[in-house]
Design a protein around this ligand. Structure first.
Ligand SMILES: [Zn+2]
Ligand SMILES: [Zn+2]
Length: 176
């Protein structure tokens, strides 16, 4: 085998770590996260700048996970899961559309819910199922809060605790 100059990996060299290796893991991570994030989604936390509110981990993103109705059923929870399982079993589902994990906020009490969005249509094109986020204390539907991924923020989101619009999105945790 031909010997290549791989001197930078030789043990005992004082300057071994001083030259950035173009193939080093850092660059690999940058490339792979760019490729993976649009498919796998991201998770993030929300922190309030006015009070001590900090959210639980919030999942977001659409991807190949949501390409197949069985995969979507897998991530659904509670009554959503039961309803969709029945519709699927009855072969009523003709087309589906999912934004993946989405964030919902009650416009009255500002409570948050993070759940998997899904809409289902039958063969006639009628809506047969839609994910809803229901606020029990206000007895109303929470609204879907679209993310602004370019600016890494969620416009119009209010702090569930102090109700001010001064939230910070803390991005960067990859989930699977
Ligand atoms: Zn509410
Ligand atoms: Zn707050």
């Amino acid at each position: 085998m031909e010997k290549r100059p791989t001197l930078r990996f030789l043990a005992g060299r004082e300057d071994a770590g001083s030259t950035p290796d173009p193939a080093a893991p850092k660059q690999f991570n940058e490339i792979s996260s760019k490729l993976i994030i649009p498919f796998m989604g991201q998770s993030y936390l929300i922190g309030c700048q006015k009070c001590d509110f900090k959210s639980k981990e919030i999942k977001t993103g659409v991807g190949f996970l949501f390409g197949n109705i069985n995969d979507i059923v897998y991530v659904l929870k509670g009554t959503d899961k039961k309803k969709v399982q029945i519709l699927n079993h009855q072969k009523q589902i003709h087309t589906h559309y999912s934004r993946g994990y989405s964030l919902y906020q009650c416009s009255k009490c500002h409570s948050l819910e993070n759940k998997c969005h899904l809409t289902l249509y039958n063969q006639q094109g009628d809506l047969i199922f839609q994910t809803e986020s229901y606020c029990r204390s206000c007895q109303k539907e929470r609204e879907y809060m679209p993310e602004d991924t370019d600016n890494e923020t969620i416009p119009d989101l209010c702090c569930p605790k102090c109700h001010q619009q001064d939230l910070r999105v803390l991005l960067g945790i990859l989930w699977d």
